[in-house]
Design a protein around this ligand. Structure first.
Ligand code: ARG
Ligand code: ZN
Length: 881
């Protein structure tokens, strides 16, 4: 949050700072509301900078205590200070000099959770993107890299632990039951990677020996008593360290690596050098309290933050426009890690589901922006699905185009060239070009252009010449600020499946460039002709989701079923089935909107039954195959004039028909997929639990009876089974005695564990129907909810607004009014959280007219409110624009 409103930042305005900061030596005297921070910087005027140029340091709501230059108190006429800026004049023309800034902070009053704040009494920091300027006046931007030494002083009882980045150098006692510790980080870093933690926490210890034989101490700090719940995170950390060595040749570079779990955190986690700070939700897990999805998230996020050590920390970003340089690349790396740890196709299905659910709507709505934007007014609003997930897809396409070997060469060159630097997207792309001699100029448009491309496809098989012509055409709809779109390089993996399921190997290929199983679409319209195929093949296009596009391809249901049955690429099998189901669901939504009866194509049911009962397919895959597109997926495909109630009615009718037909198979799976014995979070066991849960849900629909789910709930010995049964009870049988009983039992058992209660809040918030709003309001009044804790807010209000299409989009607009009230209330204390919550309104223009007007009214009320943060005002303005 910035106090100067209306400021807009442009990439084209980039220029380096006038001064470099070489070292920073800080002392934190932690003392509650009287906490003092002394920061002594060694600076140097950069070559060519006018000798009268002042040093202008960033601040945010700071209180200056004193200022010294070369250890002498600065005279009043030498500087100007406001809470947001410190300007110092008459500094040396050359050579280094020191500036010592002393500020006073009240961490407990910091409700924004940016800068130095307290979570459950623990002092902790969050500095990305611009939190460091809430601690001290500084050149708070990612291209100013300095070596930090940090001394922390605190009360021995309140803060037995005193942690910062780098390696520990010294510790000792002070008067008055106080003590100190000194940390030194030899790696120059930008201020956003600074971290401090001080408090009383339990620790889990381990050691990792790097490939070159160095031993690294590993520590994970959690609330006392929760140490056992950090075991999985520790295991994931060691596997991540090993994987980065094996796959990218990257070793860890300090003597110690620390992770701290805190319970008040705006995001998932933060990659501060050597001292990652995590939302405790992504550290703590045991079978009784965590679901399989929680375990998978912990593994992925532990890996993500660890991988940032090279992609983000060793090579950082020149400016915040380059955010996806570190985020997109690091997401790609954590995706690959999870794919190697688990099932690659199942992981890919989950990624694509997520991309389509979050990034596609973002790219199709008012908040669309390219992965590398050129303008922003609040950088915190750019930690988006586009920067992260689409950013990762762009890196994946580079790997597809260059192949594994070329990709690795490019990565190696990137590290060789830019280690220790603040780099740009252009530097990154050039590393791949130079390492492999490939021209990626057209490809790089992916970084600079917003919107999801659509590729329209038609095929024509000529029996006489045994040749298949594939006509392709690309287009991108206009997005805010970008009306004319450039032609992109779209790599489309494909397969040609013959009637017996085998793959055709055409003797001749002409037209657009084809490399192996990749068609390179590089013009607006292009054709490919495959000859001598050995019969009419079915084209399976965009295997593995090689390009993040919308495919417009009128393939027959029979062809989709053929792909679902025979593709060698498991992801493509799922994709075809999903596409088939989507068509039926779209029809169902339209029919139910017109009050007509929904009929389900028996071929879809046959294809679903075939996947469900194919024992050569892993259970996790079968679970995905049986999970039909969600109400939100259907809404996205419809794109306009959306009536969430009609979508739900149509989808429910399809589910009912599928459930009836699937009953015998579901019954069998329900028995066979039980995982008795000791709980193991491994991917195979998790897949069985997922398949059993899908079977339970179909059986519950077919039987129209909550008893079976209640039985599973009562007998469950792990949170995965318990939570999925509870969800079935609360969503399919709302208000039933069984649902009420299970919800009460859950609350009774886990009432003292906020992270588990978050699941209970979310499940209730996502119960479909207009009545849920009042229920959510009621839950806000219970002891389980706190507007000050981001996890609670996301679990209840976030789940309601973004995970409950019929409840949130109530016909009378009350859901939108409620969200507006909450956004305004939260904005007063935590703008980042408020702005994030408000993005759930981004697709409001796609709603049918009545709801659309209610949504507009709620948004306009927010826009008109006084004292909005830059975060919320940026989102609301763009959403209404
Ligand atoms: N770099 C962190 C991660 O993705 C996210 C930090 C975002 N912080 C923020 N205030 N927007 O791992
Ligand atoms: Zn990240």
């Amino acid at each position: 949050m910035r106090t100067e409103t209306g400021q807009v930042f442009h990439l084209s305005d980039y220029r380096p700072t006038d001064f470099a900061i070489e070292t920073v030596s800080m002392t934190f005297r932690l003392a509650g509301a009287d906490t003092e921070v002394v920061s002594q910087m060694t600076l140097r005027r950069r070559d060519g900078v006018p000798t009268d140029a002042p040093l202008v340091l960033d601040g945010d709501a700071l209180q200056l205590v004193s200022l010294a230059i070369d250890n002498e108190t600065a005279e009043g006429q030498r500087y100007e200070v406001t809470p947001d800026r410190l300007t110092i004049h008459d500094l040396p023309a050359d050579g280094t000099f020191s500036v010592t800034v002393t500020t006073k902070l009240d961490p407990a009053a910091n409700t924004q959770l940016m800068g130095l704040y307290r979570s459950n009494g623990v002092y902790c920091t969050q500095c990305e993107a611009e939190g460091f300027r809430r601690i001290t006046y500084f050149l708070d931007r990612p291209d100013v890299l300095a070596v930090y030494t940090v001394r922390i002083e605190g009360d021995r009882s309140e803060t037995p632990l005193l942690l910062s980045n780098g390696n520990p150098v010294e510790a000792g006692a002070l008067d008055g039951n106080r003590h100190y510790a000194v940390w030194h980080d030899p790696h120059p870093k930008p201020s956003y990677l600074f971290a401090l933690v001080a408090g009383d926490l339990g620790v889990v210890d381990d050691v990792f020996t790097t490939a070159s034989g160095r031993s690294v101490d590993l520590k994970i700090y959690v609330e006392h008593g929760k140490e056992a719940r950090a075991a999985y995170a520790m295991d994931a950390l060691k596997r991540s360290m090993k994987w980065d060595e094996d796959v990218f040749g990257l070793e860890y570079d300090l003597d110690i690596f620390q992770i701290v779990a805190v319970s008040d955190f705006n995001m998932g986690a933060m990659e501060n050098k050597g001292l990652n700070v995590f939302n405790d939700k992504y550290v703590l897990a045991d079978p009784e309290t965590a679901t399989d999805a929680d375990y998978a998230n912990i593994e992925a996020i532990i890996a993500h933050e660890y991988f940032h050590n090279w992609t983000g920390n060793r090579i950082t970003c020149r400016d915040w426009f380059q955010l996806c340089l570190k985020e997109g690349l690091t997401v790609y790396r954590d995706h690959e890690f999870s794919a190697d740890m688990r099932s690659r196709p199942v992981k890919r299905i989950a990624e694509v589901r997520l991309l389509k659910a979050h990034q596609f709507p973002e790219d199709a709505g008012p908040l669309a922006h390219p992965p590398r934007p050129v303008t922003y007014s609040e950088i915190n609003n750019f930690y988006t699905a586009t920067v992260y997930e689409k950013g990762s897809e762009v890196v994946r396409m580079i790997a597809t185009i260059l192949g594994a070997e070329g990709f690795r060469k490019g990565m190696d060159l990137y590290f060789e060239r830019h280690d220790g630097e603040a780099a740009t997207i252009e530097d990154f792309v050039k590393s791949f070009e130079d390492a492999t001699g490939t021209d990626l100029a057209q490809f790089a448009i992916w970084y600079h252009q917003a919107g999801t491309p659509t590729v329209s496809v038609s095929v024509n098989y000529d029996q006489r010449s045994d040749s298949l012509t594939v006509d392709l055409e690309q287009s991108v709809a206009a997005t805010p600020g970008e009306s004319a779109k450039k032609i992109m390089h779209i790599p489309l993996r494909f397969g040609l499946l013959l009637e017996d399921g085998s793959e055709a190997e055409p003797a001749e290929v002409s037209g657009a460039r084809v490399d192996g199983d990749v068609i390179h679409l590089t013009e607006r319209r292009q054709s490919v002709v495959f000859k001598s195929l050995g019969g009419r093949p079915v084209l399976s296009l965009n295997r593995g989701f090689s390009a993040p596009i919308n495919l417009s391809f009128e393939q027959s249901s029979a062809d989709l079923a053929h792909i679902a049955k025979h593709e060698s690429d498991a992801f493509a099998r799922w994709q075809a089935l999903n596409e088939f189901a989507m068509r039926i669901l779209l029809d169902a939504a339209k029919l139910s909107r017109d009050g007509r009866t929904v009929a389900v194509d028996p071929d879809l049911i046959a294809a679903l039954i075939a996947s469900a009962s194919d024992e050569t397919l892993e259970p996790a895959f079968r679970a995905q195959a049986l999970s039909l597109p969600s109400e939100a997926d259907i809404a996205r495909e419809l794109g306009s004039n959306i009536d969430p109630d009609a979508i739900k009615r149509g989808r429910d009718a399809v589910l009912a028909a599928v459930a009836q037909a699937l009953k015998p198979v579901a019954e069998k799976l329900f028995d066979e997929m039980a995982t008795p014995g000791l709980f193991s979070p491994d991917a195979i066991s998790a897949g069985k639990r997922a398949l059993r849960a899908v079977a339970l849900s179909y059986l519950s629909i077919a039987e129209a009876d909550p008893k079976r789910a209640l039985g599973v709930f009562d007998e469950a010995d792990n949170m995965t089974d318990m939570a999925s049964a509870l969800q079935i009870l609360a969503h399919l049988f709302p208000g039933s005695a069984e649902a009420t009983q299970a919800l009460a039992a859950f609350e009774g058992r886990f009432g003292g564990d906020p992270l588990v209660i978050d699941k209970w809040l979310s499940i209730q918030a996502m119960a479909p129907g207009a009545d849920t709003l009042d229920h959510v309001k009621g839950l806000m009044e219970t002891r389980h909810f706190a507007l000050s804790n981001p996890n609670r807010v996301r679990a209840l209000i976030g789940a309601f607004a973004s995970g409950n299409p019929t409840g949130f989009n109530r016909e009378d607009g009350a859901g939108y009014g409620f969200l507006a009230d909450q956004v305004l209330a939260i904005d007063a204390r935590n703008p980042q959280l408020a702005a994030r919550l408000l993005t759930s309104m981004r697709s409001w223009r796609s709603l049918e007219a009545g709801r659309r007007e209610h949504a507009r009214a709620a948004l306009s009320r927010i826009a008109a409110a006084e004292g909005l943060s830059t975060d919320v005002s940026d989102i609301v303005k763009r959403t209404l624009a």
